[in-house]
Design a binder for this molecule. Structure first.
Ligand code: XIL
Length: 380
């Protein structure tokens, strides 16, 4: 009888330990067999960043936060510093999330990015309604001054202007161009410099693998440089797919930007594995593909990524990072647009409600093959 009780007790204890271990196993890190964090591995090459959403910033997603603080050494706010959230109505600022964001980055000694000061999307409605050019200009001045000054010497880099060019390299007819005139990009870079002279100032855009668009952006960069207006880097968004753009096209982006003695930053990398509704024309967020919603052909992996595609994704990241490593002297940062697949914006763009797999961590917060590939590319 005594023996039986002991056996019973032992069984219970074993069960408790096993169930504890299997719970712990579900927590990030416990079953990772990698010795160094990703950003540690790349620390002599470039920053490894992640865009973080409001749940992470506000402490509501501790597993993602844990990944961010151990694997990354740079952060970008996915939405929390965009105009519509920071200044939703005239002179009414809301810095709750932005303050928490900067605290998180500062506490973890990260390269902190501000995204984005001037962008036609996610702009407050009052800026799009009928207001005079004078008022519009005043709001832009106030916005940049208030937001940049508040985080002076704490936010390391600003995406000063986002997505200002058309595919043919001409200046987009945005509300900023209409209201402020053709020289607005230079004007707002000056305002940002005035508010924080030491911050890195970035021009950020997508589809820079297209020669005509890139040429337009680089003409603007040269103009600012010739006028002595500070611009520190061109940000290449890098919302790419398994096949496009080609490695040659990516290499040409790096060479052409760095030719102007300015940093290259890959600011928003993610790789879609899903069919594209158009032949990859890029990341203009306002494009509408409602008619494809619910179409199973456009959403082929709702129940998990087949091993074969996961391997293709890892190989694609590996090829791209080999190129980045080759040009590490020209590249100062590579930022992933998100932490884990479930929270990626690519589940809802360009078609809502799909299941995409573009990032380094899966839906259970576990590192994917791509993560391991990138980690093994650098040994130290
Ligand atoms: C996206 C965010 O990820 C989404 O949550 C939001 O709904 C729309 O914007 N280019 C950019 C980013 O510069 O700000 C965009 O982020 C993705 C495309």
């Amino acid at each position: 009888m005594k023996i039986n009780i002991t056996k019973f007790t032992v069984t219970i204890i074993v069960l408790i330990i096993v169930s504890f271990l299997s719970c712990a196993n579900g927590l990030y890190k416990s079953n990772i067999d990698i010795k160094f964090s990703l950003s540690d591995k790349y620390k002599d090459l470039f920053y490894i960043g992640a865009a973080i959403n409001e749940d992470i910033i506000m402490g509501r997603d501790l597993q993602s936060e844990n990944i961010v603080t151990s694997e990354f050494n740079s952060v970008t706010p996915e939405n929390s510093l965009k105009w519509m959230y920071v200044q939703p109505s005239p002179n009414k600022f809301n810095f709750v999330a932005a303050d928490r964001y900067v605290e998180l980055g500062t506490k973890n000694n990260m390269y902190i990015v501000g995204h984005a000061l001037v962008w036609h999307n996610q702009l407050a409605d009052f800026m799009k309604n009928k207001i005079s050019p004078d008022e519009f200009n005043k709001h832009v001045e106030t916005h940049i001054d208030r937001v940049v000054s508040r985080y002076k010497e704490r936010i390391d880099a600003w995406d000063v202007v986002n997505e200002a060019f058309n595919e043919d390299g001409s200046l987009r007819e945005s509300i900023f161009k209409k209201q402020m005139g053709d020289n607005y990009i230079e004007d707002v870079f000056k305002l940002a410099k005035k508010a924080d002279p030491n911050a890195d100032l970035i021009y950020n855009d997508y589809n820079l693998y297209k020669p005509a668009k890139r040429a337009g952006v680089l003409r603007m960069v040269k103009k600012l440089q010739n006028n002595g207006t500070k611009i520190s880097a061109v940000g290449v968004q890098a919302h790419w797919s398994l096949k496009f753009p080609s490695l040659n096209e990516i290499e040409q982006i790096i060479l052409d930007i760095s030719d102007l003695d300015i940093d290259v930053m890959f600011t928003e990398i993610d790789i879609t594995v899903l069919p594209n509704p158009w032949e990859l024309v890029g990341a203009e967020v306002t494009q509408n593909f409602d008619k494809f919603e619910g179409d199973p052909k456009m959403d082929p992996y709702p129940n998990g990524l087949p091993d074969e595609i996961e391997a293709q994704l890892a190989k694609r990241y590996q090829d791209i990072f080999k190129l980045f490593i080759k040009h590490q002297d020209k590249i100062s940062r590579v930022t992933f647009w998100g932490v884990m697949d479930r929270h990626s914006w690519l589940n809802d763009w360009p078609i809502k409600g799909r299941t995409n797999y573009p990032l380094l961590f899966d839906r259970n917060y576990q590192p994917k093959s791509a993560f391991k590939m990138l980690s093994n590319l650098v040994d130290n």
